[in-house]
Design a protein around this ligand. Structure first.
Ligand code: NAI
Length: 473
């Protein structure tokens, strides 16, 4: 940057173009703002380029491959004969990159263009409460802004014993391996470890998960996560819980992890080691110390109900503010912040109906309160559980493991929480978010006609159970 250089005057600037940033930019433009996005990488952020979307593509390929292998081994009940099942990994990766990721990021680029959002490529850093310096390949740009939304997202946490590189992978490099691992070791059995590990397990890899807590998938209760653990173990893979990962040594062929369980050191050797121990907010490299923005612990930015920071005209959304690091949370907050900047502030209680999903095999989903949240409210809430084994559609799919759980208030029967472990959980949970958001009761759901045969009928069955008038259980 050159001292004394002239700054360009801009109206609303959004830093970052992930699901938080690009949604905020489009909404702000729809509400009449002249919007500029600053992005140092590809449009779409982690989620579209190296996160949610490509991982779902790999998980999908994994399901197809595992199903075909099951047919070939005559382990499926469907009676198909399939022989010579092979996966062309390069083609699979090409489809993921070109037909899925590129298509989606290209679409976002077009939406931004349609809304006349200017995209400046470069790395933004605050110089003060009103000015950004954007480092670009061929120089820099000074921007003087009226409003700003910080949507810079997060990156994988790197811990000292396991520096990323070579055979030690973060979630990004694990998505574009040149080969399917024979044995993938995973430190951290959270969502990323379980989803990506799950994808490679379906693709034929053995996996070994080493998790610090006493169960994997800590965002879900053990009744749910145990279904996944059992499936992983039944397929010949290993999970070590309450384990401490100590060190890793890699050679040109493999990597050996040393870890401790019950005070005993053990080692495991595989061809790759994925370290997925959480993510950290990208707030350390954007010059926040040059502003009056108040920070919280763990590099998070303090915001109010409309995602305004302690500086009147600067907002922050998504992974850089407290709460779960979820793309849909970022998008939602982006819309609230854009509205607030445009003079329409709305206060929102995100926690009530913010769903979370693990795209494991089988899927897990939760929204609203959990049984642990209402453990001290035994007298005034009811927990009702309906098994997929009693649902015709799930049986016809050979996917009858799992359940739907509803948590309702005794007084009016209002639904305040729901969990689904089983087929289609990621899509089914939306209906229950809608129910919670709109204060629906179990009775309302039981009076809603569901097409037959569908997995959705199991929601109606669970509601009837909660309402005291079950038919199928
Ligand atoms: P996470 O917080 O979900 O899981 C990390 C796990 O690593 C925890 O279970 C923790 O106990 C364990 N751990 C930490 N240090 C360890 C150590 N030294 N040794 C052994 N275990 C250790 O974080 P993850 O999976 O990296 O995901 C990051 C974020 O990305 C999450 O906040 C999640 O919300 C988001 N995400 C969401 C997805 C979804 O909604 N489907 C998919 C992928 C990521």
């Amino acid at each position: 940057m050159v001292v004394g250089a002239q700054a360009t005057e801009i109206d609303t600037v959004v830093i970052g173009s992930g699901p938080g940033g690009y949604v905020a930019a489009i909404r702000a433009a729809e509400l009449g703002q002249k919007v500029t996005i600053i992005e140092k990488d590809n449009v779409g952020g982690v989620c579209l380029n190296i996160g949610c979307i490509p991982s779902k593509a790999l998980i999908n390929i994994g399901h197809h491959y595992a199903d075909a292998k099951r047919e070939e081994a005559k382990e499926s009940p469907f009676g198909l004969t399939t022989t010579g099942v092979k996966l062309d990994w390069a083609s699979a990766q090409k489809w993921k990159d070109e037909q899925v990721v590129k298509q989606l990021t290209g679409g976002v680029g077009m939406l931004l263009k349609k809304h006349k959002v200017e995209i400046i490529k470069g790395n933004a850093e605050f110089l003060d409460n009103e000015t950004l310096n954007v480092e670009q390949e061929d120089g820099f740009k000074l921007l003087h802004f009226n409003n700003c939304i910080i949507a810079t997202g997060s990156r994988p946490i790197e811990i000292p014993p396991f520096p990323f590189g070579g055979r030690i992978l973060d979630s990004t490099s694990a998505l574009s391996l040149k080969e399917i691992p024979k044995h993938l070791i995973i430190v951290g059995g959270g969502v990323i470890g379980s989803e990506l590990g799950g994808a490679y397990r379906l693709l034929g890899a053995k996996i070994t998960i080493v998790e610090g807590l006493d169960h994997i998938l800590n965002g879900f209760d053990t009744e749910m996560s145990d279904i996944i653990s059992k499936r992983v173990k039944a397929s010949g893979s290993d999970i070590f819980t309450s384990a401490k990962a100590i060190s890793a040594v890699q050679t040109d062929k493999d990597v050996t992890l040393t870890f401790e369980v019950d005070g005993k050191e053990q080692t495991v050797t595989g061809d790759y080691l994925l370290v997925a121990v959480g993510r950290r907010a990208n707030t350390d490299l954007i010059g926040l110390n040059n502003t009056d923005i108040k920070m919280l612990d763990r590099g998070l930015i303090e915001v109010d109900d409309s995602y305004k920071t302690s500086v009147e005209h600067i907002y922050a959304i998504g992974d850089v503010v407290p709460g779960p690091m979820l793309a849909h949370k970022a998008s939602f907050q982006g819309k609230i912040a854009a509205a607030a900047i445009s003079g329409d502030p709305e206060a929102v209680d995100m926690h009530i109906s913010l769903p979370a999903v693990a795209y494991t095999s089988t899927e897990l989903a939760t929204v609203g309160v959990t049984p642990a949240d209402v453990a001290d409210r035994k007298g005034d809430v009811k927990i009702s559980k309906f098994p997929f084994a009693a649902n015709g559609r799930a049986l016809s799919m050979d996917e009858a493991e799992g359940f739907i759980r509803l948590i309702t208030e005794n007084k009016e029967g209002a639904i305040i929480g729901a969990q689904i472990a089983g087929p289609g959980a990621s899509d089914l949970i939306s209906g229950l978010s809608l129910a919670i958001e709109n204060g629906l009761t179990a009775h309302d759901i039981s009076l809603t006609i569901q097409p037959h045969p569908t997995l959705g009928e199991a929601i109606m069955d669970t509601a009837e159970l909660a309402d005291g008038m079950p038919i199928h259980i």
